[in-house]
Design a protein around this ligand. Structure first.
Ligand code: ZN
Length: 135
């Protein structure tokens, strides 16, 4: 996939308003909040050294994140790798036998483009590929 690097860990929580102060006690301050209406989720990014923690709060009872939270409770939801060329990385992942949830990249937080790979083909972890916006 080229020069993949850890971008963030996605952590699903019931409420950003209670999770943020918890992480603040560990010295992690929220850098950016965003609502992704299409995905029905609110996110906060907490910078940690060279990566981030992405807190995910489902917005309302509908959608896959809400179902995930109801079924499994709070915890790690996905691992995101930043790639230089998301189309290429996705093609390589699929060619190597991984199952893509997104056949083409979709818009992510903060102008990124993202694509998810199914945990069933990735040792039980939902993987996210992220390409940052071009400057
Ligand atoms: Zn993510």
């Amino acid at each position: 996939m080229g020069n993949a690097r850890l971008a963030h860990l996605g952590v699903i929580v019931h409420r950003l308003d209670t999770a943020e102060p918890f992480y603040a006690r560990l010295g992690l301050s929220p850098a950016r909040r965003e609502s992704l209406d299409r995905e029905r989720v609110r996110v906060t990014f907490l910078p940690v050294a060279n990566a981030e923690i992405e807190l995910l709060e489902p917005a309302g009872p509908e959608g896959p994140l809400s179902r995930f939270l109801a079924a499994r409770g709070e915890g790690i939801h996905h691992i995101a790798f930043e790639v230089d060329d998301i189309e290429r990385a996705l093609a390589i992942a699929v060619a190597s036998g991984m199952r893509a949830i997104d056949q083409v990249p979709r818009p992510g937080a903060h102008g990124t483009r993202v694509a998810f790979l199914h945990p069933g083909s990735a040792h039980g972890i939902l993987l996210e590929l992220v390409e940052r916006p071009q400057p």
